[in-house]
Design a protein around this ligand. Structure first.
Ligand SMILES: Nc1ncnc2c1ncn2[C@@H]1O[C@H](COP(=O)(O)OP(=O)(O)OP(=O)(O)O)[C@@H](O)[C@H]1O
Ligand SMILES: [Mg+2]
Length: 310
């Protein structure tokens, strides 16, 4: 796959001196869905704003479809569609006019057939003559997407596409984003919802305090997700892990009161029942058992937490 966005050493310090981005390197492949995951204030919107030419980088470089975002601003901008985090559009304008106007802003010739296709794809055709203020929140968001797609961009940025959207609408949005990808558009979305990244993304990037801490294939992450932790609460505490349990590589936790075993849920043999049998054979009694899924959320929280502790 060819790359469509190349970010190198991107740093942003705001006038206040606050460093919102710190040496970000990232390559986005054409046609992928990339989810940028991070807590409030991590630098997601800052990063998107720089790529889209709304904010200026302090140092580093960004190329979009081969165009440097500073030296060849127009070329870069023409390749980008942006649905900003804060929705703003003229409330009194009609849906079809606002989308047509957006296309014009990019100096593209009028193309009613293309505008119609976008509105149909986004289930907005019936509402084409409605004023924006007459639409529901979910419809407004789709109008913003229609506007962002009006000039046929190769990359679409969605900054928190489902923030404040109910579960059902969120699912609709996911479906829509999936369909958009079918048209060949590269999609970069930011989200707080781990579930959203799991559902949508080909690759996931975790950003925290202006640093990109992890970029990984979603399937690789899902493999990690496949891991579960079994905690065996012992009837009596142990001083050390008995040698007979070596093959399970268990660890002693809770001051010797618990045994922890990490297993792969996808594996043919998880080792859970054999471990419990062995405990029985050794006469090690237990009071309770519980298992917990390690999720993208755990990975995320652990990463963010480690950073905070540092
Ligand atoms: N114009 C600005 N001037 C000064 N600081 C700013 C400005 N814009 C953003 N910041 C700061 O930069 C940091 C990153 O903000 P940014 O909006 O990029 O975060 P985010 O990851 O998009 O967060 P959220 O999930 O809340 O949207 C924050 O600490 C924010 O206060
Ligand atoms: Mg933001």
């Amino acid at each position: 796959m060819a790359s469509i966005i190349e970010i190198e050493g991107l740093t942003k310090s705001y006038a206040s001196g606050f460093k919102a981005l710190n040496g970000v390197d990232l390559t986005i492949e054409e046609g992928e869905i990339f989810a940028l995951l991070g807590p409030n204030g991590a630098g997601k919107t800052t990063m998107i704003s720089i790529i889209c030419g709304i904010a200026r980088a302090s140092s580093g470089s960004v190329k979009v479809a081969g165009h440097d975002i500073v030296r060849d601003y127009r070329g870069a901008r023409a390749a980008i569609g942006l649905v900003p985090q804060e929705l703003s559009t003229d409330q009194f304008e009609r849906v079809i006019d606002t989308v047509t106007f957006s296309r014009g802003l990019f100096g593209k010739p009028r193309n009613p057939a293309h505008v119609e296709k976008i509105l149909r794809d986004l289930s907005l055709w019936d509402k084409r003559n409605a004023k924006i203020l007459e639409l529901s929140g979910g419809m407004k968001r789709r109008v913003m997407i229609a506007k962002a797609l009006s000039h046929e961009p190769r990359v679409l940025f969605l900054d928190e596409p489902t923030a404040g959207v109910d579960v059902e609408l969120r699912r609709d949005m996911w479906k829509l984003i999936g369909q958009l990808r079918e048209t060949g558009v590269t999609i970069i979305l930011t989200t707080h919802y781990i579930e959203e990244a799991e559902e949508m993304a080909d690759r996931v990037g975790v950003i925290n305090r202006g640093e990109l801490m992890l970029v990984e294939d979603k399937t690789a992450l899902m493999k990690k997700l496949g891991k579960k932790t079994l905690t065996v609460v012992l009837a009596e505490r142990l001083d050390a892990v008995p040698a007979e349990l070596a093959e399970w590589q268990v660890t002693l936790k809770g001051d010797g009161q618990e045994i922890e075993y990490i297993f792969d849920t996808q594996a043919e043999r998880t080792g859970v029942s054999s471990l419990l049998r062995r405990l029985g054979d050794l006469g090690i009694g237990y009071k309770d058992l519980n298992t917990a899924q390690s999720s993208l959320e755990d990975i995320f929280v652990a990463l963010v937490h480690r950073e905070k502790a540092a």
